[in-house]
Design a protein around this ligand. Structure first.
Ligand code: MLT
Length: 411
């Protein structure tokens, strides 16, 4: 008899975005004539920029030449990329890191999910609510979430930190001490941000309470406002308590190419069960070298090109394209009386559903009556009920068309 990991059986049947895809496909089958606009999953629509495509072509040629061919690369990533990351993403913001604190991977989702491998099953987890479902689901898989409540809303061992219009989407410090705190800023799904002062509070809390912050900065490239930190390491003392996850997916259109990286500072220490301090960096290195053979050379050359002068200019144009969508969505939906949050420093718009409609009811009506797909806020957690997420990653023409359909909609 082969036993499965029972924790998987506790999970809802499918992942949020798979659920939505199923619903939309079923609708399409019944209404093949409908021209559906997807502003649901945060997937990019702009092609990879020419500077990056050029770098990939060159890397492909190298792989086809006996003198320049490369087999397995370093599991942690090539130095040419790690050095660019350090100089461009951190040193330029006054943060010093060593190359061996950077681990290049195939995207933030995998690293965020896999990081649980080095944490005890006993760790108590805190998440902001609503939240990117990967944090919760991977902790369910790892046995850290406890049991799901009868109403299917809360996991018994997870500490939820509500973020709603009532607290301006700024989570309050927990009243019960978590071991691990997931923070994502700019936030997915609400599109809101934390100021330097607010983020410093979290770092101070983690230092005082010996908690670990897992900081997802996948959307930092969308920040316009100078008062908003791009990296948690801009905060004093953060290296002792925070791991940061970054992604090229939204920044440079790599959702299909796959590349991201994780920063594990060498000063960051956790504990073993006897109370001895343990450096997190070698543990993560051990995990990666055992279970991961590195991101492909071609993709790492592509990521490197995102830091070149031309690559940087071109990807900024794509980011500006998406942020124009965000501004248009925000302004026009506000003009028809909807209450909108986010969208200023993030590619997500968080809509308060009108007339007390539930998130799923709003989803169904928007799909059936306007042929637009978004993401029900409650899919991100109980405090997301009554909210709805739209992404700015659509094509400009589709975004304009979606806005016009919503403006003519009898809600
Ligand atoms: C989202 O829509 O929340 C994101 O695209 C999901 C992801 O980045 O995995």
């Amino acid at each position: 008899m082969v036993l499965v990991n029972d924790n998987y059986l506790k999970l809802p049947e499918s992942y949020l975005f798979s659920d939505i895809k199923k619903k939309v496909n079923a609708y399409k089958e019944r209404h093949p004539e409908a021209r559906i606009i997807s502003l649901g999953i945060g997937d990019v629509t702009r092609p990879i920029v020419p500077a990056i495509v050029g770098a990939m072509h060159a890397a492909v040629d190298e792989m086809g030449n006996a003198d320049t061919f490369r087999g397995y690369g370093p599991e942690q990533g090539y130095d040419f990329l790690r050095e660019r990351i350090i100089a461009h993403d951190f040193f330029s913001r006054g943060v010093e890191l060593d190359a061996d604190e950077i681990f290049v991977g195939d995207g933030a989702k995998s690293d965020l999910g896999n990081f649980g491998d080095i944490l005890s099953v006993k760790c108590r987890i805190a998440v902001t609510d609503p939240v990117y479902p990967v944090y919760v689901d991977t902790n369910v898989m790892g046995g850290r979430a406890g049991e799901l409540s009868d109403d299917g809303k809360h996991w018994s061992r997870i500490i939820y930190l509500p973020c709603t219009a009532e607290n301006q989407f700024v989570p309050e410090l927990p009243t019960e001490r978590p071991d691990v705190i997931y923070l994502c800023y700019p936030n997915n799904p609400t599109g809101t941000t934390l100021s330097r002062i607010e983020l410093q509070k979290w770092v101070d809390y983690a230092r005082e309470n010996e908690s670990l912050i897992l900081f997802d900065a996948a959307y930092e490239a969308f920040i316009h406002d100078d008062n908003i930190p791009h990296s948690i390491y801009e905060m004093e003392g953060a290296k002792e308590v925070a791991i940061e996850f970054r992604s090229f997916s939204k920044t440079a259109g790599f959702t299909g190419l796959r590349c991201g990286y994780t920063v594990v500072p060498k000063v960051l220490k956790l504990y073993d069960s006897s109370g001895k301090k343990i450096q997190a960096n070698p543990l993560w290195n051990r995990r990666q070298t055992t279970k991961f053979n590195g991101t492909s050379y071609i993709v790492q050359r592509a990521a490197e090109a995102a830091y070149s002068l031309l690559g940087d200019k071109q990807i900024k144009e794509s980011i500006e394209y998406y942020m124009r969508n965000a501004r248009l969505l925000k302004e026009s939906l506000e003009n028809i009386g909807l209450k909108i949050f986010g969208g200023d420093n993030a590619p997500y718009i968080w809509v308060k559903t009108p007339n007390g409609l539930s998130s799923w009811k709003f989803f169904d009506r928007l799909l059936h009556e306007c042929h637009i797909v978004g993401t029900p806020g409650v899919g991100f957690g109980p405090s997301g009920e009554g909210y709805f997420r739209l992404t700015a990653f659509g094509r400009y023409e589709d975004t304009i068309e979606a806005i016009s359909r919503i403006q003519h909609w009898k809600l």
